[in-house]
Ligand binder design. Structure first.
Ligand SMILES: *[C@@H]1O[C@H](CO)[C@@H](O)[C@H](O)[C@H]1NC(C)=O
Ligand SMILES: *[C@@H]1O[C@H](CO)[C@@H](O)[C@H](O)[C@H]1NC(C)=O
Length: 458
């Protein structure tokens, strides 16, 4: 009786899929307008995908019927036939798979606005911190369009209190829940890092789930971030760079050296390229996710992504003044680091109309031929001259470092981050770390015949 019902459901699903597919084919007549054609082109791969799946279902179904009704005579009457159970299990697996797809479908499915602009989901990672409320209030308040920037909150950990905080935002946000709450086996010496394994699993699932809808871009935000008033405008103004320039792989809203005393507060529109992956409010493309998702690591995804094997010499865009600020993390990451450093990062308060700014100065060929060239023309000074204000000329200057130890010493004295990941200093571009000091632009730079980053400097 039960298997009959299952068969009926399957038969219905298959018929439905075929009819949809047929109608779709029929409607592809030559009179299609350009925009209709475009949306069809976007839809077709999904349809094909579904079709392949339904064919597989059909094959299994036929197999099932063959076994059930043709080979029945040879089957011993006692007990169940292994073959039947195996196929039945396969079918119900696939049915479950189809059913599961229905849940994430609550994510808005429109990938482009009528005017062709992309819909850019803001994917917020939440777990068990009710302070996600601050983060969401901020995002909802500054969001210029609900349609263009759907906020998807992905929750891991299944914490009820956090879930109900998220649900209070009603239709303003879409809640999705990481379904795999199974324990993760970690090597004994990494037990204390289990949190990082969970984060990695959560990122992998949520990004897969979101990009599967077909969006070209996704912006990632963590539950402990506040965003600036022009956070959305920043990504709107820069997203085209990611498509245009293959040497870019992310847009980040974060300046690792964004403390109020080392940024130029009169230049909130200023942006930089950086070889260092900053994270903390960042945008990636569908293509990059296709590349990374198949080798996504089990833990420490941020260190992994900074490794040359992933980065492949690509850069990110970062602002002079941060468009995100972390309000403190209790949990997996280090609280000390927050007290010592992160809490001094300045969150931009201006609204810069990034969409009206010509961003082509950030494309690699333009940037390298202006920024890099200029840095090495600026006068070379020492830290001491800078600190004691002994520089007679106005304008930007350069301080040189040659060794890792020099780099560490200088950054500590200057009040900058002194660490490097995969040999890349925070905010560095071709080894150059640019900041503001005593009212002056300063570039901490390696010598002019720099050969590339040294992994051993990390
Ligand atoms: C994402 O989905 C792809 C395709 O289904 C799969 O190969 C990959 O392992 C998934 N990645 C993660 C991190 O879940
Ligand atoms: C943007 O600036 C570049 C030079 O950096 C120039 O060639 C280009 O024409 C400008 N584009 C627009 C739309 O003004």
């Amino acid at each position: 009786m039960r298997s009959r019902k299952v068969l009926l459901v399957i038969a219905f699903l298959i018929t439905w899929t075929y009819i949809t597919y047929y109608i779709l084919l029929r409607s592809s007549n030559p009179e299609l307008s350009k925009s209709q054609f475009k949306s069809l082109a976007r839809f077709l791969p999904h349809a094909q995908n579904e079709n392949i799946k339904s064919e597989k279902l059909a094959r299994n179904l036929i197999e099932f019927l063959k076994v059930r009704y043709l080979e029945d005579q040879d089957v011993p009457t006692t007990g169940t036939t292994p073959k039947i159970s195996i196929i039945a299990a396969e079918i119900s697996d696939e049915v479950a798979d189809v059913a599961e797809k229905v849940t994430p479908a609550r994510i808005p499915t429109q990938t482009h606005l009528a005017n062709g602009e992309p819909v850019i989901p803001i994917l917020v990672f939440a777990c068990n911190r009710v302070s996600v409320k601050d983060c969401l209030e901020n995002l909802v308040r500054y969001r210029p369009s609900l349609k263009q920037f759907p906020i998807i909150v992905s929750q891991d950990c299944g914490d009820e209190a956090t879930k109900s905080v998220i649900q209070q935002f009603g239709k303003q946000v879409t809640l999705i829940e990481q379904p795999d709450q199974s324990d993760i086996k970690v090597p004994p010496n990494e037990k204390k890092f289990k949190g990082y394994y969970k984060i990695s699993r959560h990122y992998g699932w949520a990004l897969n789930t979101t990009f599967r809808v077909g969006f070209d871009f996704v912006v990632i935000v963590e539950d402990d971030l506040n965003v600036a008033p022009d956070f959305f405008e920043y990504f709107l103004g820069t997203h085209k760079l990611l498509k245009k320039d293959p040497s870019l792989w992310c847009i980040s809203a974060w300046n690792d050296n964004g403390k109020a005393n080392v940024v130029d507060t009169s230049q909130p529109e200023l942006l930089y390229r950086t070889d260092f992956f900053p994270g903390l409010g960042w945008m990636l493309t569908k293509d990059l996710w296709a590349e990374l998702s198949v080798k996504w690591p089990k833990s420490f995804w941020d260190d992994w992504i900074r490794h040359p094997a992933q980065r492949k010499e690509r850069a990110c865009i970062r602002p002079e003044i941060s468009r995100t600020r972390t309000f403190g993390k209790i949990g997996v990451s280090n609280g000390m680091f927050f007290d010592k450093y992160l809490k001094y990062i300045k969150l931009s308060t201006d609204f810069v109309e990034f969409t009206k700014i010509n961003m082509s100065y950030l494309l690699k060929e333009n940037y390298d031929s202006t920024f890099l060239r200029r840095v090495y023309i600026y006068p070379l000074v020492t830290y001491d001259e800078l600190r004691r204000n002994l520089i007679a000329i106005k304008g930007p200057v350069r301080i040189q470092y040659n060794t890792r130890d020099q780099y560490k010493r200088l950054t500590r004295m200057l009040g900058l981050m002194d660490d490097l990941k995969s040999g890349v200093p925070r905010t560095g571009y071709h080894g150059i770390v640019s900041f503001f000091y005593n009212g002056r632009r300063v570039h901490l730079a390696p010598n002019a015949n720099w050969k590339g980053y040294e992994l051993s400097w990390s």
